[in-house]
Design a protein around this ligand. Structure first.
Ligand SMILES: [Zn+2]
Length: 330
């Protein structure tokens, strides 16, 4: 299904740039930069994508991010990401960019990497658009990454604030919610908000409802990344509904990381039926072997979402977008 909704542009709000690193690209990076690791063949690289559970996924993802060593790597990856998004007929996307490890550990120049991402988005968009006037508008969300801890995250935030004129519209924190809870990042979110950046946080993905409460009340986020643990707390569901806080739900991601056992058990149906502002997203397309169209199809085929319900979800994404110049023109 190439999901087309008459009159409604398709927007994707939760998709990681580094989530487009597939085994072949990863193995290419390892050879190019002569990275010494456990991955010594394409077969080894492929095995990395059969990670056990959520922690295994975080380790595999972090390893892949750590192999991004030069601005050219980011340009190539962004070209591929944008080409993939255009294939799905996505018209607006907020790409989550997590350069913390290469910047802090490998001394990669943040601004050069970001410019390379934007350049890759431009060329990727141009290649596929041709005369067809098809393209995708991209904005960037900087992931401060919970696991690097509050001090290094503050360094990343300062860089994010300085790059506001380079399509950086928001921050998020992804990673381990249990070991690195929201309270460690209160200062960061206050400072980002004061600087005019929008705020979202991965919360209620691997941890329980309290993590979502903390993101809402301590970090004052505009949206919640995942948020599936909200189904365990009726008062939280009511709060999210009444305040119309959008949830960036990523069904396949939760199943592939083992946080939800089967598609049929995914809480997205209950969240939607309770009147919450649900959006669906692909999270990390190569790691989860998915894309936005597959996510919509999963809702239709496995969770009985009707055409009008899918339309509502697509409209929610457009309304919840942080800075959708192109979408607003429609
Ligand atoms: Zn994510």
């Amino acid at each position: 299904m190439n999901f087309s909704l008459k009159g409604i542009p398709k927007a994707e709000l939760h998709v990681h740039l580094e989530g487009f690193i597939g085994p072949r690209f990863l193995y290419g990076l390892i050879k190019k930069h002569k990275i010494i690791s456990q991955v010594n063949s394409l077969a080894d690289a492929r095995r990395l994508y059969d990670y056990p559970g959520f922690d295994g996924f975080l380790k595999a993802f972090t390893f892949a991010v750590d192999c991004m060593r030069s601005p050219e790597d980011y340009k190539t990856l962004a070209e591929y990401a944008v080409t993939s998004l255009i294939k799905q007929n996505v018209e607006y996307a907020e790409l989550i960019f997590s350069p913390c490890i290469p910047v802090l550990r490998q001394k990669l120049d943040y601004f050069k990497a970001l410019d390379a991402v934007l350049e890759g988005c431009e060329t990727g968009g141009r290649q596929k658009t041709g005369d067809r006037k098809q393209g995708v508008e991209i904005n960037i969300i900087i992931d401060l990454v919970r696991n690097i801890g509050p001090d290094l995250a503050m360094k990343m935030l300062d860089l994010a604030i300085k790059s506001k004129n380079r399509r950086v519209v928001a921050i998020t924190i992804g990673g381990d919610e249990r070991r690195f809870p929201a309270r460690l990042f209160v200062k960061h979110f206050r400072k980002a908000g004061d600087a005019g950046l929008k705020l979202t946080a991965h919360a209620g993905e691997d941890a329980g409802p309290q993590s979502i409460w903390d993101a809402l009340l301590k970090l004052k986020v505009d949206r919640i990344g995942h948020g599936i643990a909200a189904v365990k707390d009726r008062r939280l569901m009511e709060y999210l509904r009444d305040k119309r806080i959008p949830l960036e739900v990523c069904p396949t991601s939760n199943i592939r990381t083992g946080l939800v056992k089967t598609v049929e058990k995914h809480p997205v149906r209950r969240l939607f039926d309770a009147g919450l502002t649900v959006t669906v997203n692909s999270d990390d397309p190569e790691f989860f072997r998915t894309n936005i169209n597959k996510e919509y199809r999963l809702l239709a085929e496995n969770l009985d979402f009707t055409g009008p319900e899918l339309r509502r979800i697509a409209e929610n994404a457009v309304k919840a977008a942080f800075s959708p110049k192109k979408l607003l023109k429609k």
